[in-house]
Write a protein that binds this ligand. Structure first.
Ligand SMILES: NC(=O)c1ccc[n+]([C@@H]2O[C@H](COP(=O)([O-])OP(=O)(O)OC[C@H]3O[C@@H](n4cnc5c(N)ncnc54)[C@H](O)[C@@H]3O)[C@@H](O)[C@H]2O)c1
Length: 312
């Protein structure tokens, strides 16, 4: 298989490229990002370019591509601050890639990372039946892409699969523009021996999954037969509910008694708290389970995976 991954220098994209490169059925990977993507294997061709510039999509999609994993995005807070850029990166670039795929005429798999930002509501527990109601431009842009991918799939221009991801843990390096960035930082910073001030209160809950499970799910999504998806190409991924306090408790437990970890203080910022209070607290998808998708079992498992990845 010849594969294209966009957002390949990002948190999930870099992990996905690495996992795909290890697979025997993958012949080559074009890894695209506006920042130089890592090329961890001879199979990987790194391409640096801006997908907000329309011709970029056509320059990387050709009739030889079997599967496109489209992850490039200006995430939540960034798309809220810069509406124009958000529309360009999150909506127009998706349309440009879909159009490039249509014109190439091969009907490639098109795996898209949507988000549970398509939902919004106080104490929201999302299931397969929850109606999307985005209240951030980012969520609206993701939802519009899902509708577009359904239609391109119906017309056999692409074979689309959209996964609405919960919060993915644990981002290793510097934060991006996601409003949920604290949920990785409250794990990463103390484990690295650094102090951290958390901008939400300890009871703030989020739906979470590990990056390992997400990478597996994206690859699995590309392998599920189209007939099993049917006409609805969008799935919500199950995310376990974890509070900020539970994250911190699990960090302390994982570090072990007597270990030096950074101190965490809770100093809720009213704006960050107000945004977080309307984020889904948990997501559960019976449909994803039936289709063979796996979710994280616990915050302890998520942290153990992170510690293992860091040390390997
Ligand atoms: N991480 C999460 O918790 C989470 C949750 C829900 C959905 N998602 C979705 O998963 C995908 C990956 O998320 P992530 O956490 O790895 O984000 P990230 O910010 O780490 O990676 C996104 C990548 O897209 C690239 N990009 C942005 N604009 C671009 C442009 N114009 N041209 C080319 N590349 C561009 C960035 O340089 C970055 O490397 C995104 O689509 C995001 O919306 C992530």
């Amino acid at each position: 298989m010849k594969i294209l991954v966009t957002g390949a220098a990002g948190f999930i994209g870099a992990a996905l490229v690495e996992a795909l490169a290890r697979r025997a059925d993958v012949e080559s990977i074009i890894a695209v990002d506006q920042s130089e993507p890592p090329a961890p294997h001879a199979k990987v061709e790194a391409v640096t370019g801006n997908l907000a510039y329309a011709p970029m999509a056509r320059s990387v999609v050709d009739a030889g591509i079997d599967a496109i994993f489209h992850l490039a995005s200006l995430v939540s807070g960034g798309a809220e601050q810069n509406f124009e850029l958000g529309m360009k990166v999150n909506f127009d670039a998706t349309r440009d890639l879909l159009e490039a795929a249509r014109l190439a005429g091969r009907c490639p798999k098109f795996v898209f990372t949507s988000s549970i930002a398509v939902y919004r509501g106080a104490n929201l527990e999302v299931t397969d039946d929850t109606r999307p109601a985005p209240r951030l431009s980012y969520g609206a842009q993701k939802l519009m892409c899902e509708v577009m991918i359904d239609d391109y799939s119906r017309r056999n221009f692409v074979d689309g699969r959209c996964l609405r991801l919960p919060t993915v843990l644990v981002r290793p390096g510097a934060a991006n523009t996601a409003v949920s960035g604290w949920s990785s930082a409250i794990i990463r910073e103390p484990l690295a021996g650094r102090d951290y001030t958390c901008p939400v209160n300890p009871l703030t809950r989020m739906a979470c999954v590990s990056v390992t499970r997400v990478v597996e799910s994206l690859i699995h999504a590309s392998q599920v037969p189209a007939a099993d998806f049917g006409s609805d190409r969008t799935l919500v991924m199950t995310g376990i509910p974890v509070s900020a306090q539970a994250m911190l408790d699990a960090v302390r437990k994982a570090a072990g008694r007597g270990s030096q970890i950074g101190k965490v203080r809770f100093e809720p910022d009213p704006a960050a708290q107000a945004l977080m209070d309307l984020v889904a607290k948990s997501t559960f998808s019976a449909r994803a389970a039936r289709l063979g998708f796996k979710h994280s079992a616990s915050i302890e498992e998520i942290i153990a995976e992170y510690i293992e990845e860091r040390s390997s």
